[in-house]
Design a protein around this ligand. Structure first.
Ligand SMILES: [Zn+2]
Length: 143
């Protein structure tokens, strides 16, 4: 754990249990609901260990991470029936491996754009713990 890293701090505290934003704990990742739902069903996979870049992962961990991405994405597809999924792992702002899973919908007028196209509206779609719990239950039903 890197005590300066916000994802390490989040993983450390959220693994204690009882957080409505945690959908599941996999071998390598914590799967969590995004605090804003501009894209309905938007979740993230947070690597439990502090690793800076995907290419720094041991090959077996890299493969396992992508199996966890697939399990999460398949649950999101089953729960939300999106037009398609967008996967993003950038790490420019927080340099700790994490993967954004954005369900995209054809009725989104900007569905051909990248998922941060509407980022200025994300804050208006912030959810509370009760709403997060509804999303975690909906997703867990498809694990
Ligand atoms: Zn970290």
């Amino acid at each position: 754990m890197d005590k300066e890293c916000s994802i390490c701090q989040q993983v450390d505290s959220w693994r204690q249990g009882g957080n409505p934003f945690v959908i599941a704990e996999f071998d390598h990742c914590l799967w969590v609901v995004s605090p804003h739902q501009f894209h309905q069903g938007y979740t993230l996979l947070l690597l439990k260990n502090h690793v800076r870049d995907l290419h720094d992962l041991e090959p077996n961990v890299h493969d396992a991470l992508f199996r966890e991405v697939r399990i999460a994405a398949q649950a999101a597809v089953a729960a939300y029936q999106p037009w398609r999924m967008n996967y993003a792992s950038l790490g420019n702002q927080v340099q700790h491996v994490h993967v954004h899973l954005f369900p995209r919908y054809e009725n989104d007028p900007d569905h051909l754009q990248h998922p941060w196209h509407g980022a200025q509206e994300f804050e208006q779609h912030r959810i509370n713990g009760e709403q997060a719990q509804e999303i975690t239950m909906r997703l867990r039903a498809h694990l």
